[in-house]
Design a protein around this ligand. Structure first.
Ligand SMILES: [Cu+2]
Length: 298
C-alpha cells in the first residue's frame, strides 16, 4: 500500500495532446506544439511534450528548463528493460542534430515537471522556459488538455494516428470499447495484444492484457462516452485498497477486485501469471503513443 502510493506519486504522467499551441523559435531551434495534460489532484509530476527542430548547421542540445509551476523541469527518456518501462533523466541533456526534428512525446523523450506546486488544470497554460546550449533560452507554454479526455483531436497528428478512435463506447458495449482503447494503442500485427478479462464497476474498469511474453493489468475510467486508461500495473491492481488510492470509489474498487478474481479464475494459470509481470505503476491517460509503456515499440 505504501509502496503503491509512492509508485503512484512517482508514476510517469503520460498524456496526449488535445490543444494546438503556438510554435516558437529561438536561434535555430523551432519549437512545435508544446502541450501537457491535466493531472489528477494528488499528482506531483506532470509531463511536457513538444517537438524541437534544429534548423541550423550544427548540433545543439536541450540542456534544461524551469517553470514557476514546478520545483524542477527535467529532461527524461523512457527505456524498457525486461518489459518494464523506466524513465531516466538525461543528465547531459537531449542532443538536437542539425536538420532534424526530435519529438518529446509520451513513451519517449519528455519533459518532466517534478514537484508540481499545484495540479495542472484542464485548459491551463503551463509556462516553461527551455534552455539550449547554443540557442539560449525560450519561454513556451504547455497547453493542458483534459485528464483522460479524448485526445488527438487536432489535425497535425491525424494522418499518423488520428484514427485511434477516442475510446467511444459503441454497440459492442463497454468491454468492446475498452478492448478497442487498449488495442488502438498497443496492438500490432507483429505483436497482437490480447485483452481479457474486462470487468466494469461504475465508471471504472480493470482489464488484463497480454502481448507475447508480457502482460499486465490496466485501470480505466469512463468519462462521458469514452474510456481512458488511468494507469497500468500488475498485481497492485488486484487490491481494492490500491484502487481506492488510485481514485476509485471504495464500492467500485471492491466490486472490481471481486469481479476480477472471478473472471481471472476462468482463465488458464499461464495467462493470469503474465498479468503479474508488469512491475510498478505507469500512470497514463488514454491515447497517445504509449507503446513503449508496455512494448517498447517505438
Ligand atoms: Cu519522466
Amino acid at each position: 500500500m505504501r509502496a503503491f502510493s509512492r509508485l503512484l506519486a512517482a508514476a510517469v504522467l503520460l498524456a496526449a495532446p488535445s490543444a494546438f499551441a503556438h510554435d516558437d523559435k529561438v536561434g535555430d531551434i523551432e519549437i512545435g506544439h508544446p502541450w501537457t495534460r491535466a493531472t489528477p489532484p494528488a499528482a506531483r509530476v506532470g509531463g511536457g511534450y513538444l517537438t524541437l527542430t534544429n534548423k541550423g548547421q550544427t548540433a545543439d542540445r536541450l540542456v534544461g528548463g524551469s517553470s514557476p509551476a514546478s520545483g524542477r523541469v527535467e529532461i527524461h527518456t523512457m527505456e524498457v528493460t525486461d518489459g518494464v518501462m523506466k524513465m531516466r533523466e538525461l543528465a547531459n541533456g537531449l542532443t538536437l542534430p542539425p536538420g532534424e526534428t526530435v519529438k518529446l512525446e509520451p513513451g519517449g523523450f519528455h519533459l518532466m515537471l517534478t514537484d508540481l506546486k499545484a495540479p495542472i488544470g484542464e485548459g491551463a497554460k503551463v509556462p516553461v522556459t527551455l534552455r539550449f546550449e547554443h540557442a539560449g533560452s525560450v519561454a513556451v507554454e504547455l497547453a493542458a488538455g483534459a485528464l483522460g479526455a479524448p485526445a488527438m483531436e487536432h489535425g497535425d497528428h491525424g494522418a499518423e494516428h488520428g484514427d485511434q478512435d477516442h475510446g467511444q463506447a459503441d454497440a459492442g458495449g463497454d468491454e468492446a470499447a475498452i478492448q478497442h482503447v487498449l488495442k488502438s494503442i498497443w496492438d500490432s500485427e507483429a505483436s497482437p495484444l490480447g485483452v481479457a478479462p474486462v470487468v466494469v464497476a461504475g465508471d471504472y474498469a480493470l482489464a488484463g492484457w497480454v502481448q507475447a511474453e508480457r502482460g499486465g493489468r490496466a485501470l480505466l475510467r469512463r468519462r462521458g462516452d469514452a474510456w481512458g486508461i488511468v494507469l497500468c500495473s500488475g498485481d497492485e491492481l488486484k487490491s481494492a485498497e490500491n484502487l481506492t488510492t488510485a481514485g476509485v470509489p471504495t464500492e467500485d474498487a471492491e466490486a472490481l477486485t471481486a469481479e476480477l478474481a472471478v473472471a481471472e479464475a476462468k482463465l488458464d494459470a499461464k495467462t493470469v501469471a503474465k498479468f503479474s509481470l508488469f512491475e510498478g505503476v505507469v500512470r497514463m491517460d488514454e491515447e497517445g503513443r504509449h507503446g513503449s509503456a508496455h512494448g517498447g515499440k517505438h
